[in-house]
Design a protein. Sequence first.
Length: 100
Amino acid sequence: MKTLKLLLLIAALAVGSLFGQSAAPAKASAKPVAAAPASLIDINTATAAQLKAVPGIGDVYAAKIIAGRPYKNITQLKSGGILPAGVYAKVKGSLIAKQK
């Protein structure tokens, strides 16, 4: 039984090395990776469904965002009373207000 476990371990290490993987786990990067700009939702053009896909925005907030268009920047969602401060803090990294 010990021999079988040893052979399996050796095989796993050999396969890992074939695919450029090491036996030791990779260390996490010290710098966080920023979200890709393509993933940002434009509050000036997004549909209600696209807005509701952002965690924290439901039917009511999506309708308020759409009714308040156009926006110069996303801070207007908070300053204009569209979103409460807590919700705004949660969603601000997912939103953008593009200008035409």
